[in-house]
Design a protein around this ligand. Structure first.
Ligand code: CA
Length: 231
């Protein structure tokens, strides 16, 4: 088992290294975010412990870049802050779990064992429909390799469609996924956002991948060859 610890506080880093080594891990240390990012992309780790507050590149940015680069080693974020917003942004950035300082080694090892059990099946994946590719962790969309800028709502709407290619999704279902359950506004908002999406993912590429199913909702057309691409 190999672990990477990215932590700028020397004392904390030393404690973690010793504790992990006692549990049988081989441990690499980085005290700068950029060094940590480099090590994590060059090597294969069974777990990466990321301090949130680092002098150059913070833990969330490192996590996001790793996921964008296709590195799916389990990431445990260590933080002194316990705000809900941090927790949410950590998980949005593709972190697997979260530990608030100060913590006990017993708690740390319990979390590490849980991460180990979770295995590769839980790794988020990139969604592909034809030449449309969406990375939930990296929050990026490309069509035939061309990056497409989407707003948060457009992104969420497209992600929902791409998770169910070929299925008709009703306006109600789309609203529940993209807005929230409490939204009781006009369901025309879906039509408006579908129009925005078409202008970004279809029109510039001469496509018509988002189909209107009269009286029902919308469907993202499954293009031939999707199933042949397992990535
Ligand atoms: Ca720190």
């Amino acid at each position: 088992m190999r672990a990477l610890v990215v932590e700028d506080e020397i004392k904390m880093a030393g404690l973690l290294k010793r504790g992990l080594e006692e549990e049988g891990y081989a441990v690499d240390l980085a005290d700068r975010g950029r060094d940590g990012l480099w090590l994590a992309t060059e090597n294969s780790y069974d777990v990466i412990l990321l301090d949130l507050m680092l002098p150059d590149l913070d833990g969330l940015a490192i996590c996001r870049r790793l996921r964008e680069a296709g590195v799916w080693s389990p990431v445990l974020i260590l933080t002194a802050r316990d705000a809900v917003v941090d927790r949410v942004s950590g998980l949005d950035a593709g972190a697997d779990d979260y530990l608030v300082k100060p913590f006990s080694f017993a708690e740390l090892f319990a979390r590490l064992r849980a991460l180990g059990r979770r295995g590769a099946a839980a790794r988020p994946t990139v969604l592909r429909v034809g030449d449309l590719v969406l990375s939930p962790a990296g929050r990026r969309v490309t069509r035939a390799g061309t990056a497409i800028e989407l707003t948060a709502k457009e992104f969420a709407l497209l992600e929902c469609l791409m998770r169910h290619p070929g299925d008709v999704l009703t306006r109600t279902r789309l609203i529940e996924h993209v807005w929230d359950f409490a939204y009781d506004g006009d369901s025309n908002v879906v039509d408006v956002y579908i129009r925005y999406l078409r202008q970004k993912i279809d029109r510039p590429f001469g496509r018509q991948s988002i189909e209107t199913v009269r009286g029902s909702g919308y469907r993202l057309r499954e293009e031939p060859g999707d199933a042949a691409d397992p990535d």
